[in-house]
Write a protein that binds this ligand. Structure first.
Ligand SMILES: N[C@@H](CCC[C@H](N)C(=O)O)C(=O)O
Length: 337
């Protein structure tokens, strides 16, 4: 029998599979197929997920493990901030370490255990980097700019100013009024820029943020490869950085920014050294279920008959979100699993 974990960061839900525990590790096509099956609310376990986080050994010196991110549609992402916190917790418990590095597609990133967010709500802090404003790295083409920071792009939506950056996965950001945060525009733009289009040829994560005050945002994300999620860790990191650069009176470096999202909240801390930016993302790393199933069924992703045990952590998480201020109709207070 093999164990999968169902986890979340701000109710951005994932399964974790540790390839090192298998007699025969899954091939890459098997992993992609498994991710699609597990994520699907009909074929998956526990109402599906936003993706699969694959843990493996790292060959890099001084790095404890490796994370691969597979989106719900089977596409591969270079990073996942909420997911990295949960992988950090998994590796921290496996190796009894509180601070270490995890290999991701483009960088070995620092992670550390943080103070619990609330009773029974463990939290981790993870490094989000490298950051790039060069539109070639997203890629974003055919808009006549090399960088996009708080500029009107009528091709995307008239009347909104956009910023774009890679952290290193691609993000498009707009600061909006509450009507646009909850209205249909984000979904329409998300579908358009993640289908065949001349601008984001590899798709993009789109973040609409409402400015709530000094160092305070509410962020809703339409994710590439997924659709609407309860939260996107890299999205909240990128949106916090763009906030401080475009609204320096309201967003500050080296201080905590609170980023509310439909699934809860995270804290971000923006850092800038020489010409380099990076972000510390701090938030819950919750394990909701432990799932035992035969290794063979993982290879085929068929007949996923599993023994599922709830950990009880979701009740603690729900008590935490219930204590948050009611900000809008997007907030998820029910049980997502
Ligand atoms: N939910 C994630 C981001 C996952 C990857 C994204 N969909 C992409 O394709 O870039 C996060 O918490 O950062």
């Amino acid at each position: 029998m093999t164990q999968l974990l169902k986890v979340h960061g701000s109710q951005n839900n994932f399964f974790i599979l540790d390839q090192t525990t298998l007699t025969t590790p899954l091939t890459q096509p098997e992993l992609v197929h498994l991710a699609q099956v597990l994520a699907n609310p009909k074929t998956g376990l526990l109402a599906g997920s936003d993706g699969l986080l694959v843990v493996d050994r790292s060959t890099h010196p001084g790095v404890l493990g490796k994370m691969q991110v597979i989106n719900a549609d089977g596409s591969i992402a270079s990073m996942c901030g909420n997911g990295l916190r949960t992988v950090a917790r998994y590796l921290s418990e496996k190796y009894q370490l509180a601070k270490f590095k995890v290999e991701t597609m483009n960088a070995d990133l620092e992670v550390r255990q943080a103070a619990d967010f609330a009773p029974g709500v463990p939290a981790f802090a993870v490094e989000i980097s490298p950051v790039s404003f060069d539109l070639k790295t997203l890629p974003l083409t055919n808009i006549g700019h090399q960088r996009l920071l708080d500029q009107y792009v009528p091709e995307f939506a008239p009347g909104l100013k956009f910023s774009a950056l890679a952290v290193p996965n691609p993000h498009l950001i707009a600061y909006v009024k509450q009507a646009d945060l909850t209205g249909p525009l984000l979904g329409e733009l998300g579908k358009r820029l993640n289908g065949p289009n001349p601008y984001f040829t590899d798709g993009v994560n789109i973040n609409f943020a409402q400015i709530l005050g000094k160092n305070k945002l509410f962020i809703r994300t339409y994710e590439r490869g997924v659709g609407f999620t309860n939260a996107c860790g890299t999205g909240m990191s990128a949106t916090s950085l763009a906030f401080a650069l475009t609204h320096p009176d309201l967003g500050t470096f080296d201080q905590e920014i609170t980023a509310y999202n439909p699934g809860g909240l995270v804290k971000t801390v923006l850092r800038h050294q020489a010409d380099k930016y990076w972000i510390e993302l701090i938030g819950n790393a919750t394990v909701t279920h432990r799932i035992e199933l035969p290794e063979a069924s993982l290879h085929t992703a068929q007949k996923l008959s599993a023994e599922i045990t709830a950990t009880g952590e979701q009740e603690n998480y729900q008590a935490f979100v219930e204590s948050l201020p009611r900000l809008n109709s997007l907030q998820v207070f029910g049980d997502p699993s």
